[in-house]
Write a protein that binds this ligand. Sequence first.
Ligand code: SAH
Length: 224
Amino acid sequence: MTPRFQNRAGVMGLGMTSQRARDRMVERLREAGIADERVLTAMRTVPRHLFIDEALASRAYEDTALPIGQGQTISQPYVVARMTAALIEDGMPARVLEVGTGSGYQAAVLATLGIETWTVERIEELLRVARRRFRHLGLNVRTKHDDGRAGWGEYAPFDGIIVTAGAAALEPPLFDQLAEGGRLVAPLGSASSQRLLRFRRSDGELRQDDLGGVVFVPLLPGIL
Ligand code: SAH
């Protein structure tokens, strides 16, 4: 039990500590096929309940997406685990860019893995709250309020890019910011049939594999 991870409402009312709730979440992820111990350890560590509104904190460790305001959602733990595992599977990337900070949870998981993490969010209010969480947890995540479809050229190239909102296609600049040997994981397709895709850049070429069906909020242009 780590009291500094308790939010004001606390989650003790659930009849279990948040650490125990996280342990259970991780056991369910393992049963669902997540085998990467590095991912499981990071998700056992990051206090997901601090990334959602207090009113929903009691549901923080269910394997479900939850609303975070502004019409957006924190991704389902299984999806975070799957995307993270896909990103680090053939070697831990040193530097990763995330597009779609949202609650900040995915970025916190990456940072907890020791990855140098950059994240871009188009909705200022969400980013403001996410930054406060990073600070509170002592996580070194660099953030930018911008349309992340163009990536973050200033710090490119990245060994990994993770897009946490769905689009029909991605803009070329994003692929250009992927280092040789780098991996990009993103939900692509139409709203009714999104697939989680992983692209790997090797010898200047992009190879793609399909990691299965997913449902994400849309990747949208412009900033709010
Ligand atoms: N990774 C987040 C998931 C958030 S949902 C988490 O762990 O909580 C997807 C997020 O992508 C939303 O916050 C949405 O505002 C943001 N988003 C959508 N289009 C974007 C764009 N073009 N640039 C940056 N962020 C975008």
